[in-house]
Design a protein around this ligand. Structure first.
Ligand code: HEC
Ligand SMILES: [Cu+2]
Length: 355
């Protein structure tokens, strides 16, 4: 009687576990389908556009394959453990079996898998280090702020060039990124070019990335940095070397100053800027403050507010009127006290700052 009871209960456990397995498999599919929907687009690690990102993808596939094998192995063992069987073992035999599992599963398996991972990972990491090269690569400094990007080109011919919320880089050659944070920890991540790297206040981290061909890439802050974190996108553009140099030349301080001060029609806007905005924003020739992103070349940007709205006619004025709803909590105070006409005039002038 007791025998039969325990047999039925084992059978019901088996039935239960089968139903549970079915449900888990369904769930796994659902998660995979939803997850795979994120595998395309301008921030996909599965669509690499440079050597470092190709390494990342290789390691990703290897790890996925290995993890799948481990998952299947463990599941099979787990189901096997439910199998009813009648074996009598002596305590010594039990101990031997337990030891086999500990040595095999607890020592050999981890050592083998970590070794395999290092064999892939170490060379890939090595290639992302900023090791000396016969021809030193272009250096681009990227500084994370709550919640926007400052981008500097210290090697530009004619003097350092500074911009914000856009990163233009030469294609087809390695570029060294020197990254840091201005306030809290952010992370620099251009998924189609390579892995993430933390941007720490008071420390410069370096990574070498390369874009095979001219293209536009998405980038995103990859370290939770406060309320605006999700709205901290970066527009990255790889262009041919000659175009890159022309882009830098157009952003030399003298050209920007000329651009900002030309055209008398904007005199009113410039006055309003001095009154309301110059305490935080730089415009070459007018103000040097750097609390917010530089606006010297804002008209030439693809996006405003670190990816919040596309730059088009009227976009700056729209941003000035609605930025606290478009990007809640951002560090620019609402301009409620300023006439809409003034904001429109400011917007028109800033949009004309297109080097
Ligand atoms: C207290 C400092 C402060 C003042 C004053 C201020 N801003 Fe800002 N501004 C910021 C900060 C910080 C940001 C970045 C917001 C973000 O994207 O998170 C910003 C963003 C912007 C941007 C978007 C730039 C980009 O590349 O996305 C524009 C345009 C702008 N401000 C224009 C103005 C104008 C025009 C005024 C004056 C009417 C003004 N700001 C006054 C701090 C300020
Ligand atoms: Cu962030």
């Amino acid at each position: 009687m007791r025998e039969r009871n325990s047999a039925t209960s084992i059978a019901s456990i088996q039935r239960l576990s089968c139903r549970w397995v079915n449900r888990m498999v369904c769930l796994l599919w659902a998660v995979m389908v939803i997850g795979l929907a994120g595998c395309t687009g301008d921030t996909s690690i599965l669509d690499p556009a440079g050597p470092a990102a190709r390494d990342v993808r290789l390691i990703w596939w290897v790890m996925l394959g290995f993890a799948t094998i481990v998952l299947i192995g463990v599941t099979v063992l787990w189901l096997y453990a439910f199998k009813p069987r009648n074996v009598e073992r002596t305590p010594a035999q039990e101990r031997r079996i337990a030891r086999r599992w500990i040595i095999g599963g607890g020592i050999m398996l981890p050592v083998a898998s970590i070794t395999a991972l290092l064999l892939f990972g170490v060379p890939a990491g090595q290639r992302m280090l900023t090791l000396p090269m016969s021809e030193p690569p272009e250096v681009i400094e990227v500084i994370g702020h709550q919640w926007w990007w400052e981008v500097r080109y210290p090697g530009a011919e004619g003097g350092e060039v500074v911009t914000a919320n856009q990163l233009v880089m030469p294609a087809g050659e390695p570029v060294d990124f020197h990254v840091s944070g201005a306030d809290v920890i952010h992370a620099f991540w251009v998924p189609r070019l390579g892995g993430k790297i933390d941007m720490l206040p008071g420390r410069v981290n370096k990574i070498r990335l390369e874009a095979d061909e001219p293209a536009v890439f998405g980038a995103q802050c990859a370290e939770l940095c406060g309320v605006g974190h999700a709205h901290m996108r970066l527009h990255v553009e790889a262009v041919p070397r000659s175009e890159f140099e022309a882009w830098l030349t157009a952003r030399q301080a003298t050209s920007l100053r000329e651009l900002a001060l030309s055209d008398d029609a904007y005199d009113g806007a410039r006055d309003a800027f001095m009154t309301h905005c110059a305490s935080c924003h730089q415009v070459a020739g007018i103000s040097q403050r750097g609390v917010g992103p530089t606006l010297s070349d804002v008209g030439g940007r693809a996006m405003l507010g670190a990816g919040v709205i596309a730059m088009e006619e009227g976009a700056v004025s729209h941003w000035l009127q609605h930025h606290q709803t478009l990007k809640p909590g951002n560090r620019m105070p609402a301009h409620n006290g300023i006439e809409t006409d003034t904001l429109d005039a400011l917007g028109a002038w800033l949009e004309a700052l297109t080097p």
